[in-house]
Write a protein that binds this ligand. Structure first.
Ligand code: WT7
Length: 677
């Protein structure tokens, strides 16, 4: 940990917005009357005294082939094993078990981006057929079997959950890479997970453009190959079956169109694999404090139980609900709360291909009206964008949400109020859910019918999650003290990731070493989980999340490692040094600003700024695009030569830089400040 932390000189928490405690807002009687969880004693049932057996309640929401014997096995601490001895299949739980009563019900509503294209309503029966046929193809044509990893690089189309569920049916571990990530980012994940099959789509719509996505697959295979991981099959779904939508050529003997091959598997039915509860279900890569993304390994039984339980009680999903989470399935939010949770509960889940601001600011509300969506889930960055461009749009459409979620970053109270009053039409219950890729499901949130809402606060731990705030010296900050510190979780929970794929040491070092009471202990009480966020707890037990304590930037609700961005910039030959800092942005929340010192002999130019910015986009993806690239003469440095990112962050955020007289080169600070004026 010490080594990983060395370079940290600014944290998001330092520049996080600070606001006071807001007043309570209460859910309506109408909401409470229909809610899944209205019994406040749930918190006693899920108290630490009843841990870990309390989680039986979540496991019992699932159908098991063989019931488990041990709730929590701690013998390999801190790699916890849940529901040991149990046998289960996630695909069976999300599809097959619903067929008897609900085969004709819509499982997935697909909203294509082009307004002229019709919605697609996929019933549970159709989902069953399509998942089975594709599973047969994966097994018999691609040669995939239980335990193999397969990389997916897919856009927001129904073929994505179909692919995930087909993998789950076979016990194949899927690793979906966010469709907006570059071919290079995809290659890194192929190599790390040792995938020899890549599943992608030729093209998809975004903001009115049919984007050539197949191109990224070629880059990914090429770069993965150079890095020692050969991809021998690329399975390509066609956005329009039978029609070429991408100009990129097919590679003979490697690339296959799924819809052509699928014909051979017409009518195939595949018996779901009976997986151990602790068998990995999927990998989800996330940014950490070092350059290399971490493959968070999620389990089958524990994960599915946790996302099903939290979908039912925190999201208040009932089987008759039309639930729309406007996240991307390429992030953990989409895995847990578009695919696995809602489908395990037999709800109808909405998948939207495009952006909610295209062709106009009413798009999201039109979809909500058309599909009669009654539960809505999105991130503050999207709420800010929709509020900015169309503050009065929601009122023009006939939809009524009973429940809404926010996720991914803190939400400003003014933005929360717009969400509540204008989008929620003053009646929807809101939950602000705080969690992470690693945690599989929610950590903190109010229970919508039991606890009042408080703008800007995520709320208390959800049932069975017991947060604790430590100071720098591992001393517990007294509960409700209103003092900031490092928020940790005292106990394990079934949704937590099992390890970092292939790197257990890094897993222990990053998440457990800091506050571990005894590294030899097999007792979970000695292993608080370090979330990496700073937080304060108010006297009422509600937490406010202040931001990351490590050098990770949260852009539009997603973590980007500053080192990843910096190393991307360093691929440009002229660059000598790079430093990324977070800048406050109205809509995105935070944006990266990139400071660059050039090698001697190179001159600053706009062309060079663009070249560096483009390098970041092609290495990582557009999501990481810097707000500005500043070509500076030199970086502000300490006498020991460390770049002072905190000083740069102050300049970018137009804040006082403080005392810089102890720097090795204090004069440079004024130079840089003048540039940014
Ligand atoms: C980081 C996790 C959880 C799925 C999406 C992001 C920040 C997340 C909240 C919230 C304040 C939040 C934290 C966390 N965060 N939700 N409701 N309020 N901050 O997953 O990319 O793994 O990022 O996002 O800093 O550690 P992720």
């Amino acid at each position: 940990m010490a080594v990983e932390r060395e370079s940290v000189d600014t944290s998001e928490a330092e520049i996080a917005v600070h606001w006071g405690e807001e007043n309570y807002v209460y859910p309506s009687a109408e909401f409470i009357a229909q809610a899944n969880m209205t019994d406040p004693s749930v918190f006693d049932r899920f108290s630490l005294e009843n841990f870990p057996n309390c989680f039986k309640e979540y496991a019992d929401l699932l159908s098991w082939y063989e019931y488990w014997q041990t709730t929590l096995d701690t013998s390999d601490a801190p790699c916890w094993k849940w529901f040991v001895g149990g046998k289960i299949n996630a695909s069976y739980n999300c599809i097959d078990r619903h067929l008897a009563k609900n085969r004709n019900k819509t499982a997935i509503h697909f909203a294509p981006e082009p307004v002229g294209e019709k919605y697609e309503h996929i019933t549970y029966q159709e989902l069953y057929v399509r998942v089975n046929e594709f599973a047969a193809l994966l097994r018999d044509f691609a040669g995939l079997k239980k335990g193999d990893r397969v990389t997916l690089h897919m856009p927001m189309v129904p073929e994505l959950p179909i692919t995930m569920l087909a993998c789950a049916r076979l016990g194949v571990i899927h690793s979906q890479v966010f469709g907006g990530f570059s071919g290079k980012a995809c290659a890194d994940r192929i190599v790390d997970s040792q995938s020899r099959v890549l599943i992608t789509m030729d093209a998809y719509w975004r903001s009115g453009h049919l984007i050539d996505h197949k191109h990224g697959a070629d880059i990914a295979c090429d770069l993965a190959g150079k890095d020692g991981q050969k991809v021998d099959k690329v399975l390509i779904w066609q956005r329009y079956p039978g029609k070429a939508s991408s100009p990129t050529a097919m590679v003979k003997g490697r690339d296959y169109f799924v819809n052509e091959e699928l014909n051979k598997y017409y009518g195939a039915r595949i018996e779901p694999e009976r997986m151990s509860a602790e068998a990995p279900l999927f990998l989800m890569y996330t940014s950490g404090t070092t350059g290399k993304p971490k493959g968070c390994q999620h389990s089958t039984g524990g994960y599915l139980a946790y996302v099903t339980g939290t979908s039912k009680y925190v999201q208040d999903i009932h089987p008759e609900d039309v639930y729309w989470c406007m996240a991307d399935i390429g992030w953990i939010t989409g895995h847990s709360y578009i695919v696995y949770g809602p489908l395990a509960l037999c709800a109808s889940t909405v998948i939207f291909e495009g952006v909610p601001t295209f062709p106009d600011a009413g798009r999201a509300w039109k979809i909500a009206q058309d599909l009669n969506v009654n539960i809505f889930h999105t991130a503050p960055t999207t709420i800010r964008a929709l509020r900015k461009i169309g503050p009065d749009e929601p009122a023009k459409y006939k939809f009524k949400f009973k429940h809404m979620t926010t996720v991914g970053e803190p939400i400003e109270p003014e933005v929360w109020r717009w969400y509540h009053e204008v989008v929620g039409k003053g009646t929807a219950a809101i939950v602000d859910t705080w969690w992470q890729t690693e945690t599989g499901g929610f950590l903190c949130s109010t229970l919508p019918a039991i606890k009042p809402m408080k703008a800007g606060s995520t709320g208390p731990g959800v049932p069975g999650i017991h947060p604790i705030i430590f100071d720098e010296n591992a001393k517990e900050i007294p509960r409700g003290a209103g003092k900031a510190g490092n928020i940790c979780i005292q106990n394990p929970w079934p949704g937590a990731f099992q390890t970092i794929w292939g790197d257990r040491d890094r897993f222990v070092r990053t998440y457990y070493e800091r506050y571990c009471k005894n590294p030899k202990s097999k007792d979970w009480r000695d292993w608080p989980y370090l979330t990496g966020d700073a937080a304060v707890e108010a006297p009422d037990g509600y937490y406010r999340i202040l931001g990351r304590i490590d050098d990770v930037i949260n852009v539009s609700g997603h973590r980007l490692g500053t080192k990843e961005i910096e190393s991307a910039a360093m691929t440009v030959a002229e660059v000598a040094e790079a430093a990324v800092v977070p800048v406050k942005h109205d809509v995105k929340g935070i944006e990266p600003d990139l400071y660059i010192a050039l090698k001697p002999g190179f001159k600053a130019s706009e062309a060079l700024e663009k070249k560096i910015s483009d390098a970041v986009c092609s290495e990582i993806g557009k999501i990481a695009k810097p707000r500005r690239v500043w070509l500076v003469k030199d970086m502000p440095k300490t006498r020991s030569g460390k770049i002072m990112r905190r000083v740069l962050a102050s300049i970018s955020n137009k804040k006082d830089v403080g005392d810089v007289t102890t720097l090795a080169n204090p004069e440079i600070v004024e130079d840089i400040r003048k540039m940014s004026k």
